[in-house]
Design a protein around this ligand. Structure first.
Ligand code: ADQ
Length: 472
């Protein structure tokens, strides 16, 4: 079997791949270890042109090579901060109102993809397969193909794929989809995302789509490729074990003591406008407003460390959220009670899992989310004999699998408030039944299943790099 080459915007450090409770880095590294291979991408450093061109830097860990390059300031601004995070991310999350389009940034995005592909090319052997991750790298296969690479190349999109009309708001939308068609296999988080891609092909690119179960073959722009749905998961039993192991650590005891018997609602996100944080705070406010019996008796802990803080929209969401937390706390706090504890710092994974286990409700309400692993981690971390309830947005990819959750529309504050009321007073038997349903789904489709089924399908693509018959 050929080696695996993984390409992602950021490369995990060898230490990040050694965590015990999963995470994408651990999942992907598992596959790399089996066949040997290379993990290639940006180091996270902004460097001078001389240093950037001298890369990649290679670090060996057993059969796996970590190969990283630095980006120049201009590349970082145009490729990462610009087109990836100020155009693609908002539009793919249906926030066209927050998106901007600059030709220079798009040119920089393609230039960096071509440059990265050129750097990687020298590390690829003829029978390697290449697995590219996420929206930063849409034109990567096209760039490899133009360097003469004919290996099997697959792409997994971690975020939603928008409906054609939304995608069309990005001026070079057709070029982007054409670039996607240079892959041999395209993986999506949900059937809706796959369907949205097919809709674009059929309506806008006048291509053809052949259905084969969850896997659909597509012919467009002179190429034939396969598409599939691969729902990313977690390793639930390892998370459960970790959450239990850390349940009596000091941070959990401190939290318990400070709650003084109040119920706990937990939310954990990257600080991002797609995660529905402001809407969530408003729903919690409704709970305090409409159900006086909960005032002083329930606390919402929101952990949301800032990300991408050099993109203006991210600074705005932070200010807005801080304002909302302050307003609601001003209204409902007492001398010994703060309804919302908003913590904008990063927490270790094992700490988060043990905090999840301590809470009665997991409140996960993104406006749009590819999957949302926090929802899955929340379920896995629960104590089976006294599990908390997951309140989950229907717009998270995870909603398609977690039928034991209370599903809510994050635009409906009152609906979310009612779900919180129901979750906070749900009898034990119902909580346990819902937990079991969710755990079964998590075990059936864990991180290993996601990884192995994608790689199996990529290895079985009939004719890699094949052109279809010329279109009439
Ligand atoms: P994210 O948008 O980062 O990922 P999510 O899946 O919820 O969203 O989280 C990924 C990981 O980050 C989880 O393991 C979680 O525990 C961790 N994390 C989140 N917030 C954290 C915090 N405050 N502190 C510490 N750790 C935190 C993108 C897509 C998702 C998709 C994933 C994986 O946007 O939809 O599920 O990729 O494909």
């Amino acid at each position: 079997m050929g080696r695996l080459i993984v390409v992602s915007n950021r490369v995990a450090t060898p230490t990040e791949t050694k965590g015990s409770a999963g995470g994408l880095a651990v999942g992907v590294f598992g596959a790399l270890k089996d066949t040997g291979g290379v993990w290639f991408g940006w180091s996270g450093d902004v460097v001078s042109e001389t240093v950037a061109n001298a890369g990649p830097t290679l670090e060996q860990d057993g059969p796996v090579t970590f190969a990283t390059v630095g980006l120049t300031r201009k590349d970082y601004d145009q490729y990462y901060r610009g087109f990836s995070n100020a155009t693609l991310w908002p539009v793919f999350h249906y926030r066209n109102d927050l998106a901007r389009y600059e030709r220079d940034e798009y040119a920089g995005y393609r230039r960096v993809n071509a440059w990265l592909a050129h750097k990687l090319m020298k590390l690829i052997d003829p029978d390697d397969i290449v697995w590219v991750h996420d929206y930063h790298l849409i034109p990567f296969a096209e760039a490899l193909r133009s360097e003469g690479v004919t290996n099997r190349i697959g792409f997994f999109l971690h975020i939603p794929f928008p409906s054609p009309q939304v995608l069309q708001t990005i001026p070079p939308h057709e070029e982007l989809v054409k670039s996607l068609c240079c892959y041999d296999l395209l993986g999506f988080q949900t059937r809706n995302d796959q369907q949205a891609f097919h809709d674009y092909i059929v309506r806008s690119a006048r291509g053809a789509v052949g259905e084969e179960g969850e896997h659909g073959d597509v012919e467009a722009f002179g190429r034939r490729l396969r598409t599939g749905v691969y729902r990313i998961g977690v390793f639930p039993d390892e998370i459960a074990e970790q959450a239990k192991r850390y349940e009596s650590r000091q941070h959990v005891l401190d939290l318990k003591q400070s709650l003084e018997g109040r119920k706990l609602i937990m939310s954990v996100d990257r600080l991002d406008y797609s995660k529905g944080l402001v809407e969530r705070f408003k729903a919690f406010e409704q709970l305090l407003e409409r159900s006086p019996e909960w005032r002083g008796n329930v606390t919402l802990v929101q952990i949301a460390p800032p990300t991408r803080s050099d993109v203006a929209t991210y600074r705005n969401i932070r200010e807005e959220l801080e304002g909302e937390a302050g307003r609601i706390n001003g209204r409902y706090s007492g001398l010994d009670y703060t309804p919302i504890r908003y913590l904008s710092q990063q927490y270790d994974r094992w700490k988060l899992m043990s905090l999840f286990r301590e809470s009665q409700v997991g409140f996960v309400t993104p406006l749009h989310d590819g999957m949302n692993l926090v929802a899955k981690e929340y379920v896995a971390a629960q104590n089976p004999s006294d599990p908390g309830v997951l309140v989950l947005s229907v717009f998270a990819g995870a909603a398609a699998e977690l039928s034991g959750a209370l599903l809510v529309n994050p635009h409906d504050a009152l609906g979310m408030c009612e779900a919180l009321q129901r979750a906070l007073s749900m009898p034990l038997a119902e909580r346990q039944a819902r937990y079991e349903t969710n755990m079964e789904a998590l075990r059936r489709n864990d991180l290993g299943v996601w990884r192995d089924s994608f790689l199996h399908d990529l290895r079985s693509v009939p004719h890699p790099g094949q052109m279809s018959q010329p279109q009439r």
